[in-house]
Design a protein around this ligand. Structure first.
Ligand code: DQA
Length: 144
């Protein structure tokens, strides 16, 4: 089983970016936790972070060629703006789980709309880095 984990804009700054909202863990620490669960579940996982919408879209397209079975994505701010990223997810037709560290539904009104959620199989929001681990377990259960 192969899973792609995509981290969107500004998530490279985790650890020092608004820690009261996003926590103190770095992206490298979060990726290491994901890797740990992936090993336990015998999942081949690739994690990619980009600040560029087009790079994320290209990665979603490549997922098909790379025989990826599912995608976990935290699209960051692109969640609330990117029809193009949503279209890419829709186009490849792979199961996608949307993850947010913070509870976007308890924040500013502009964060409460996701262009991605309607094309995802589910959304996890507000559970911090645990959300990624739960998403991986959920994807594994779904694909098994
Ligand atoms: C986020 C929430 C988004 O609204 C924000 O733009 C982010 C991070 C989260 O993980 O809580 O960059 O996706």
């Amino acid at each position: 089983m192969r899973v792609l984990v995509l981290h969107g804009p500004n998530l490279n700054l985790l650890g020092r970016r608004e820690p009261q909202i996003y926590g103190c863990e770095t992206l490298a620490e979060i990726d290491a936790e994901i890797k740990c669960i992936a090993t336990e579940l015998s999942i081949d996982v690739e994690s990619v972070q980009s600040n560029h919408e087009g790079v994320l879209i290209d990665k979603v397209h490549c997922a098909l060629e790379q025989q990826t079975d599912g995608i976990i994505i935290n699209p960051g701010g692109l969640t609330h703006t990117s029809i193009a990223l949503r279209d890419a997810i829709s186009a490849v037709g792979l199961p996608v789980i949307e993850v947010h560290l913070s509870n976007v539904h308890a924040r500013e009104p502009f964060r409460q709309h996701s262009y991605i959620a309607p094309v995802a199989i589910g959304q996890i929001s507000g559970l911090g880095s645990l959300g990624y681990q739960l998403a991986l377990r959920a994807l594994h259960a779904r694909l098994s």
